[in-house]
Ligand binder design. Structure first.
Ligand SMILES: C[S@@+](CC[C@H](N)C(=O)[O-])C[C@H]1O[C@@H](n2cnc3c(N)ncnc32)[C@H](O)[C@@H]1O
Length: 210
């Protein structure tokens, strides 16, 4: 991913970061809580959260796992680091600045991976999901939380370019994305009335890395 494009994508988060937890996070909390719960994490698991943002989801991350949270926005990461300094995020969490299109971990490093409300924001969701698949162990689970609608209404289509400019994400067909990436869908469920859904998928046992 070109540095200019990355800056352009994550630039708006400079403005959202200070108010993110108050404006966006409340409607995301059901999804955040459920994504950690549905993964059935075990003691000592290594977990990756992509696009961790201000770390608002991490209040639901159990202390018995080791979590790597990555994001490309300095402003969003600053908020997350402040939470950690105040003890609101545990020391079992490591936060790093990283482009999700080039995840700097070896193949099959993590037991499971998560991404919440970030896969529709990145430039190439298919590349990011492939990277998550590469760094997740075989038979490990990948949890995707996002607002999405299968409907193709005129208003949604008109709103889409503005969402992109505002850094709020584009319309993504998540089920197609997951299938094209060669992941097995284990579960799909609605988390709230706001059309936020969770997809839990699994890295197939015979999965190869390119
Ligand atoms: C809508 S926020 C979601 C934050 C958090 N996951 C949540 O649920 O509250 C999207 C996040 O994706 C991050 N992001 C966008 N493109 C990225 C990239 N290429 N690599 C890493 N993070 C990225 C943004 O900086 C932002 O923090």
């Amino acid at each position: 991913m070109l540095k200019g494009d990355l800056k352009h994508r994550t630039g708006p988060y400079r403005f959202y970061a200070p108010v993110y937890d108050r404006i966006f996070a409340p409607s995301f909390s059901e999804g955040h809580r459920n994504m950690y719960r549905l993964l059935n994490l075990s003691k000592g698991d290594r977990i990756l959260e992509v696009g961790v943002g201000t770390g608002v989801s991490l209040r639901y991350c159990p202390e018995y796992v080791q979590l790597e949270g990555i994001d490309y926005s300095d402003s969003m990461l600053k908020q997350a680091r402040q939470k950690q300094d105040k003890g609101k995020i545990g020391r079992n969490v490591n936060l790093s600045k990283m482009d999700a299109h080039h995840i700097e971990f070896d193949d099959h490093t993590f037991d499971h991976s998560l991404v919440a409300h970030a896969l529709a924001v990145v430039a190439k969701p298919e590349v990011v999901l492939s990277e998550m698949k590469r760094v997740t162990k075989r038979s490990g689970r990948i949890c995707i939380v996002n607002h999405y609608s299968e409907k193709d209404g005129l208003l949604l289509n008109l709103w889409n370019p503005f969402r992109k400019i505002l850094g709020l994400g584009e319309k993504v067909n998540f089920l197609e994305l997951v299938e094209n990436c060669g992941l097995e869908i284990l579960e799909e469920r609605r988390v709230n009335r706001d059309s936020a859904s969770i997809i839990i998928c699994m890295v197939p046992f015979e999965s190869r890395t390119q």
